[in-house]
Design a protein. Structure first.
Length: 188
């Protein structure tokens, strides 16, 4: 009996070990594909800056151009136009590298969710005069948002890629926000 069982036990153990290795390697593969872990692919340019959305005070850089529908908890229907400063560091007085010109429209009934359409207009260094055009969904109450890069001009002609936005600071009294951006583009 024992000599008959031994091969079966060996097959079962092999199968178990194989499954374990297979599951482990599949998991590792999925992890490298998840957005937060995604490696910068070869030939992609990474651009990092801070975006300042100033809605309060005497010199706002974002203004409401259509009001939300009355009673909406998610500001549905509101549209803001912006010419927001982009700086090297989180401090708004750090070196300006460009502007985010465009609009964000509250298009979601269920939560605060914007359809954001903007040109990232670079005004400094190697990218001075070049533009990256972003169109995507921005849900500002989420820690991380991803938007699409749909094109560009100058250094960014034929650009494709994505922008990752993370709120750095949000003043709940004024509504002013600083958002960290990591933009990954390729023009190949
Ligand atoms: C960016 O380009 C404009 C137009 O060519 C030029 O006037 C300006 O000085 C440049 N800015 C920097 C910081 O290089």
């Amino acid at each position: 009996m024992a000599s008959k069982l031994a091969p079966n036990a060996f097959i079962m153990l092999s199968f178990f070990l194989f499954s374990l290795i297979y599951v482990t390697s599949t998991k590792a593969q999925l992890e490298t594909l998840s957005p937060d872990n995604r490696k910068v692919e070869a030939g992609m340019t990474h651009i990092h800056f801070f975006f300042h959305d100033i809605v309060s005070g005497k010199n706002p850089t974002a203004v409401t151009i259509t009001q939300p529908t009355s009673g909406s908890m998610t500001s549905f229907g509101m549209m803001n136009m912006m010419d927001d400063k982009l700086t090297e560091g989180p401090d708004p007085s750090s070196k300006e590298v460009g502007r985010a010109q465009g609009l964000y429209a509250a298009t979601c009934l269920g939560e605060i969710g914007f359809m954001q359409a903007m040109n990232l207009v670079f005004t400094d260094g190697a990218y001075n005069g070049s533009v990256i055009t972003v169109l995507g969904r921005n849900t500002p109450m989420h820690a991380t948002r991803e938007m699409s890069v749909v094109g560009g001009t100058g250094q960014f002609r034929l650009a494709r890629g994505y922008a990752i936005a993370k709120t750095h600071t949000l003043d709940f009294t004024t509504g002013d926000a600083t958002v960290e951006y990591d933009v990954y583009v390729t023009t190949h």
